[in-house]
Design a protein around this ligand. Structure first.
Ligand code: 5GP
Ligand code: MN
Length: 350
């Protein structure tokens, strides 16, 4: 048995909407990751199985390594079909906002979602949710939104209606948001849920291969290149990776090719804070990814230095300027956070 993480009043409230709703739109964040796509499709499979007209809309394209997911071909990309998506958002009975905590995270789509008369529910695990939904199911202590979707469906009394396809999507979100259960994944109930998903017929080993072992040759070569240029700040237990637009072109960069690069320096002994800077192809800005292990709050660095946010151990932001300026900004942050970075307790890896 699972503990009751989601408040009963929220379950009851959503169940009422669910009974009456005909059209339900699910939206998730820009540059959708495994949890954004997994939680959205997990819920979409469930809603569709209950006879609802359900749609998933995300701001822009998601990486190829998620395109095997059942239902992924039906996901609407807002930047490709804005007019149609706007109509759906406007006419929806219910809008489910998954895996993000602020309207800015869905970019242009935010205005339409805000203006829609639909009932809105937030289901998310990021800190500090903004106030834009009537029902707020926000649980930063839970490692993925996909897990929350599983919990929500079960609490509504529909666990036996979770299909194998829904289970595959939910598992993918749980797996990707925990680095294949290598961080944020010590809560025993995660493994109870995995047991339930396995009993739906999912092949978790195959899912792992589909997500992590279908990369292109150019991604591996790019990874090798980026690592040779890695800067290690040993005294700060930190490391920096960077990728310019010119380098992306040289390596035939495709969206998703640098996914996970930011985690690699954390496999060095005593490196507990990692930063990856990537010049953004669409908007002429630098996208920042930050990761930490232990209790160093990389989301504080994201918020104070890169206009961003996120979780304690995984956060991000953006920077407008040159790569050199972004690197200098990171080094400023290292100096400002020197006491925490040098603290003994950071050396969790021994
Ligand atoms: P990633 O490095 O995978 O792009 O992002 C990791 C996490 O950092 C995301 O799940 C999200 O919580 C947070 N994040 C990334 N980029 C931004 C940003 O620009 N603004 C905010 N507030 N959070 C971000
Ligand atoms: Mn997530």
């Amino acid at each position: 048995m699972l503990t009751k993480v989601i408040e009963q009043s929220n379950i009851d409230h959503f169940a009422k909407w669910f009974e009456r709703a005909d059209t339900i739109v699910i939206v998730s964040h820009v540059s959708p990751d495994g949890d954004a796509v997994g939680s959205s499709l997990g819920l979409w499979h469930f809603l569709s199985s209950q006879g609802k007209n359900a749609y998933v809309i995300v701001p822009n394209v998601f990486p190829d390594f998620l395109k095997w997911m059942p239902g992924s071909k039906d996901i609407l990309l807002y930047d490709r079909c804005k007019a149609f998506a706007d109509r759906l958002i406007d006419k929806a009975d219910v809008i489910c906002c998954l895996d993000f905590n602020a309207l800015i995270r869905i970019e242009n789509m935010g205005d339409s979602v805000k203006a829609s008369p639909a009932r809105k529910i937030l289901i998310d695990h990021h800190l500090y949710p903004e106030d834009f939904c009537h029902i707020v199911i926000s649980h930063p202590e839970i490692s993925s939104t996909s897990e929350l979707i599983f919990r929500l469906i079960c609490r509504m009394g529909y666990s036996s209606d979770i299909s194998k396809e829904a289970a595959e999507c939910i598992y993918t979100g749980m797996m990707t948001d925990t680095g294949s259960f290598s961080y944020n994944s010590n809560r025993p109930e995660i493994y109870f849920i995995i047991g339930e998903l396995l009993s739906k017929g999912i092949d978790k080993d195959e899912i792992y291969r589909k997500v992590y072992s279908t990369y292109s040759e150019s991604r591996l070569r790019l990874m090798g290149y980026v690592l040779t240029r890695m800067k290690v700040y040993g005294e700060y237990h930190s490391a920096l990776l960077a990728l310019t637009l010119e380098e992306q072109r040289r390596f035939n960069y495709m969206k998703g090719d640098s996914e996970g690069f930011v985690n690699i320096p954390l496999s060095i002994k005593n490196i507990c804070f990692s930063c990856f800077l990537r010049e953004d192809i669409e908007k002429g800005k630098i996208k920042i990814s930050l990761r930490s292990v232990g209790d160093f709050p990389c989301n504080k660095v994201a918020a104070e230095y890169f206009n961003g946010g996120g979780h304690q151990n995984a956060s991000g932001g953006e920077f407008y300027g040159t790569m050199e300026e972004a690197a200098a900004r990171f080094e400023e942050a290292l100096k400002a956070f020197e006491p925490q970075l040098k603290a003994k307790r950071l050396n969790v890896k021994g």
